[in-house]
Design a protein around this ligand. Structure first.
Ligand code: SF4
Length: 1022
């Protein structure tokens, strides 16, 4: 631990006696150290019994850090060890629990209302309380549950009872409903003897009002405390302040009070109003307690260059501002703007890579976000792709973690032993480790032999993997026995599965850890799953629902998975990678390097938004009862200022601020007012500066390679996608916007989302289901295909929603899921038909293929490549849109146009989707067989309600058949490549195009995402 002499300011706090003290302590001023030394000084210099000093914090992490520091300083001063149990270094909540125990048995098991129990209780009561203003669909949604429970927690933190809310409601139906739910939840909680953290404080206050309560008796017997030290006081709420007032009693505004309270806080770092924190408590204490005011202003963390910028944040209280202890220490703040959000993500990752190459350890770099998604996923994804380690993200991907997937998969299988698809998923789980090809072989062989028993199938052709199948089977039998045990609960079954299958083996063999395993998160996720099982079972018993069958537990876990970790949770201290997290989660941490993306007005500061459940009038009515309840617009803005200040002051040496210039819709993004003083594109370095010199707004000398040049616009492209070729032919101007300028189109979010969902689910589906040939038990297969697709559709929907920053449980997403299921019903029908009439085997999905034409690489991914019964190939493409024109017809029309001396670019007939024809050379080379079919599968058909429609084109040597839409000759395909694609490729390769023509036919613009940008059809000629 770093050893340093206390500053005069710290000494003043350590040695202050005789009255309450209010200490304004800014970031990096060593308040934990100062409080620990004050504690030691009270014990050693004043002879105060350590048990007579109460230290209160707001998080277990802070309490633990404080405890460790106090024990260290006491040991230094006394040379003796002190039993930790003698010390009262606690969170407010654990101290209140101790108070409530009184002289009764200590550390008794407390029936805590965990988030999972609370959610289950909510489900029970929300269904039975009659509500006037929320319709049944809303009240059943997880989003409503989360908003309402959060609101009730805040009301509780302000000491507002259901009756208070009811009386404030007057004729407001929503507030009346909330009051009714609050009352019922509280009554049920009390009936079941459950308490949450806020109840502990409220119950302790109620107990202290009664002179004969165990809490009052215990406090009297020990004559209270002589000193109380409160850390991070700005995070306290109304009830916590009330507790301190009761503990100090009538000596609140007197000299020589008992106990003496030392409040340490920083109004400028108050960022937890959403959890009910009441920073005005600092002002309240200032006026109602007789406090001496002290300050800690010497910052040992941040360079002065950073503090110059941070201290200029609007609305900061001057009492807590800090200055660098060593003002000559170099530091910098830089602002970079990127054209679009995608460029900003790249810019952030480039900066991280550069700093790591320059020697900064990854865990000394933090990216701090005001709004986590989608930036967090995008940055983490890009860092992963670059091989840069990222600190564990406990809240990400819970259900996708292989440990969780293996446990839930095994539980579900105990309920249906002959589900081949579930067996496949379990056996090929990376932690179970059987080779996918051997598992598939076993089940394919079983299907051909009409064997339905999974064990018979697997025994006949045992798959190979980490362990022998016989050994796996021995462990499986133990799992089955545990699942059949009528007395066993889900928690013990989870533990049995983890033990029998040795799911934590990568902990021992870290070098061989499989994909998806996260050394820091996976084991704790397993622990969370066990806790969740215990909580669910405890609630089921309390509500007299009896034992939860394991399969019911597995089904119920989907809904509560989001509660199993806190998205604002900080990665563990020993995490070795770059931290990408919210500003809220970074409170209390420090790094060499901090990057603050999204510095645009509307994100940081965030735009004021209405309350999710209550009207402004309702909020005002509640405000009248509890002035600290819900921030006023000014207070909300002040909190945004604090978030900026907290983000900057996490850095020791360097801050990089980034902002996109325009959003995905090409709408200009104004720079955050907080960042306007930072010189753009250059670093503000300072070797020496005075505190008074706040000139970060003046131009600074550019620092060579530190300055990021804007990307030049170019239309010389060495690479094209097949869809890019199609876009060029449809409208060169659209191509220019999309492929050259890379402008984000006005998105058809529904189409994009559904397309991604369909592609993801179908790729996963065909990983398992590859062979489609004549089947006797067709109906059974249809059912199985449909069940798997439904399952994959739901999981894909959740994943895509997360990627696109959408709420998975919104009405929009529910509609998308329902639509996908409808499409998959049709798709199952198509598979069944083709199994009988045109058998095929899926060779690959999302296969990357590349063809080089005139020096330009045309590369993309084919949705599906199949081998047909005659050994030739078919390339298929899924379309979530409608069919507007047939491919064969469009190709012929285009070739005729060329033959007549006309042009196709900007004049392409509908249906000229060339990508499948451009994939042909790559697919033939990859699989060594000719492509004889290309097919588009249009899930929406041609018209409403028509259902799935295919545009199947055979590739033949000479014209055949009576339907001209049914075939193209190889000569046609060659001309498509030589004349159409090569023309686009040549134009892109030599950059000779200076003007990109607009489309000739206004109908082409019907679904164009650049209508707002473009001068319109027929306005620019080639
Ligand atoms: S609006 Fe029409 S002309 Fe303009 S880019 Fe789009 S398709 Fe082309």
């Amino acid at each position: 631990m770093q050893r340093f002499e206390p500053t005069p300011e710290q000494l003043a706090v350590i040695e202050h006696r005789g009255s309450h003290a209010l200490v304004f302590a800014g970031p990096g001023t060593g308040k934990t150290e100062t409080l620990a030394r004050r504690f030691a000084a009270l014990v050693v210099d004043e002879g105060v019994d350590p048990g007579d000093i109460l230290v209160l914090t707001f998080s277990r992490r802070s309490a633990q850090q404080m405890l460790e520091r106090i024990v260290l300083r006491l040991r230094e001063r006394t040379g003796e060890e002190l039993a930790v149990s003698e010390l009262f270094v606690r969170t407010f909540h654990s101290f209140c629990a101790r108070l409530l125990d009184g002289d009764g048995p200590r550390f008794r098991e407390r029936n805590l209302l965990t988030p999972i129990k609370e959610r289950l209780l909510w489900k029970r009561i929300a269904g039975r309380v009659p509500l006037r203003s929320f319709d049944p669909e809303v009240r059943e949604s997880p989003a409503f549950a989360a908003d309402a429970l959060n609101l009730i927690a805040q009301l509780k933190g302000q000491g507002l009872t259901p009756s208070d809310v009811e009386s404030a409601a007057r004729r407001d139906g929503r507030m009346t409903d909330i009051a009714a739910l609050y009352r019922e939840l509280d009554a049920e909680r009390t009936r079941l003897g459950l308490s949450d953290f806020r109840d502990l404080v409220k119950d302790a206050l109620d107990a202290l009002e009664l002179p004969d309560s165990p809490a009052s008796s215990w406090l009297r017997a020990r004559a209270g405390f002589r000193h109380i030290l409160v850390d991070e006081f700005q995070d306290s709420d109304a009830l916590q302040l009330r507790l301190l007032e009761i503990l100090v009693g009538p000596t609140r505004d007197q000299r020589s009070p008992v106990p003496e309270i030392c409040f340490v806080g920083d109004f400028n770092q108050s960022i937890y109003r959403f959890r009910g924190a009441t920073p005005s408590n600092i002002e309240t204490v200032r006026t109602t307690f007789a406090c001496d005011e002290l300050k800690l202003s010497l910052n040992r963390r941040s360079a002065q260059a950073i503090l110059d910028v941070a201290n200029a944040t609007p609305g900061l209280k001057p009492e807590s501002l800090t200055r660098a202890e060593d003002e000559s220490r170099p530091g910098s703040v830089a602002l970079f703007r990127a054209p679009m959000p995608d460029d900003e993500i790249t810019l952030v990752c480039d900066e991280i890579e550069r700093r790591i190459r320059a020697g900064t350890p990854p865990n000394e770099i933090a990216v701090l976000l005001r709004v986590s998604e989608p930036y967090q996923s995008l940055i983490v994804g890009q860092l992963d792709a670059r091989g840069i380690p990222v600190a564990a993200r406990p809240s990400a991907g819970f259900l996708e973690d292989p440990v969780i997937a293996a446990v839930l998969g095994a539980i579900r299988l105990t309920d249906d032993l002959d589900d081949f698809d579930r067996w496949t998923r379990l056996l090929t789980n990376p932690l179970i480790g059987f080779r996918a090809v051997t598992v598939r072989f076993a089940f394919d062989a079983a299907r051909r032999a009409h064997v339905e028993n999974a064990f018979v199938a697997l025994r006949a052709n045992p798959p190979t993997g980490r362990v022998s199948f016989e050994e796996f089977l021995r462990h499986w039998r133990a799992v089955e026995a545990a699942a059949r045990d009528k007395d066993a609960d889900a928690a013990s079954l989870v533990a049995t599965i983890a033990r029998e299958f040795d799911l934590l083996w990568p902990v021992r063999e870290s070098a061989a850890a499989p994909p998806g395993w996260d050394a820091r998160s996976s084991p704790s996720r397993l622990g969370s799953l066990v806790d969740a099982a215990r909580d669910m079972q405890a609630m089921a018993f309390a509500l007299r629902d009896g034992r939860i069958p394991p399969a019911q537990f597995a089904d119920g876990i989907d809904e509560i998975a989001g509660l199993l970790s806190d998205p604002t949770e900080t990665p563990p201290a020993d995490s070795g990678g770059v931290r990408v997290m919210s500003i809220h989660a970074a409170k209390g941490l420090e790094f060499d390097e901090v990057i603050v993306p999204q510095a645009v007005d509307g994100v940081l500061p965030q735009r004021a938004r209405g309350h999710a459940l209550l009207s402004d009038a309702s909020l005002r009515a509640l405000h009248a009862k509890a002035p600290s309840f819900v921030a006023s617009p000014d207070e909300a803005y002040q909190e945004e200022c604090s978030l900026w200040y907290v983000a900057l002051t996490r850095a020791r040496t360097r801050v990089t601020v980034t902002a996109a210039e325009a959003d995905a819709d090409d709408i200009e993004l104004p720079l955050s007012p907080f960042a306007r003083g930072i010189v753009e594109g250059a670093l503000k370095e300072r070797a020496t500066t005075s505190h008074a010199d706040r000139g970060f707004g003046e131009p600074a000398a550019p620092l060579g390679e530190e300055v990021q040049a804007r990307r030049p616009v170019t239309h010389v492209l060495g690479r094209l996608s097949p869809t890019g070729v199609g876009t060029f032919l449809t409208c060169p101007r659209r191509f220019f916007y999309k492929e050259v300028l890379r402008l984000e189109a006005d998105s058809d979010e529904e189409g994009t989302l559904l397309g991604r969902l369909l592609h993801r689910a179908l790729a996963a589906f065909h990983e398992e289901h590859r062979t489609f040939g004549p089947l006797d038990d067709l109906e059974a297969h249809r059912r199985r295909w449909r069940d798997t697709l439904y399952e994959l559709s739901d999981s894909s929907a959740s994943a895509v929603a997360a990627e696109m920053g959408l709420a998975a449980d919104s009405g929009f997403m529910r509609y998308q899921r329902a639509l996908a299921r409808q499409y998959f019903d049709d798709y199952v029908g198509l598979l069944a038909r083709e199994s009988q009439e045109a058998p095929f085997t899926v060779l690959s999905c999302e296969q990357r293929l590349e063809t080089v034409i005139d020096g330009v690489s045309i590369a993309g991914r084919a949705d599906r490549i199949d081998r047909l019964a005659d050994g030739t190939l078919a390339i298929r493409d899924y379309k979530s849109g409608r069919l507007y024109g047939r491919l064969a017809n469009a190709v012929r029309e285009s070739l005729t146009e060329l033959d007549g001396g006309g042009q196709v670019a900007g004049n392409a007939p509908e249906g000229l989707n060339l990508q499948l024809l451009l994939y042909i050379p790559g697919a033939q080379e990859l699989y060594g067989a000719p492509v004889t079919q290309v097919e588009f599968i249009y899930f929406r058909g041609k018209a409403d309600g028509e259902g799935l429609l295919t545009d199947n084109v055979r590739i033949v040597e000479t014209p055949e058949g009576s339907d001209p839409n049914g075939f193209l000759t190889r000569a046609d395909v060659d001309r498509v490549q030589r004349e159409l694609a090569a023309g686009v490729a040549a134009a892109c390769a030599d950059g000779r195009l200076t003007a990109f023509a607009t489309a000739l036919d206004p109908g082409t613009c019907r679904f164009c995402g650049y209508v707002q940008t473009c001068p319109g059809p027929r306005t620019v000629a080639s």
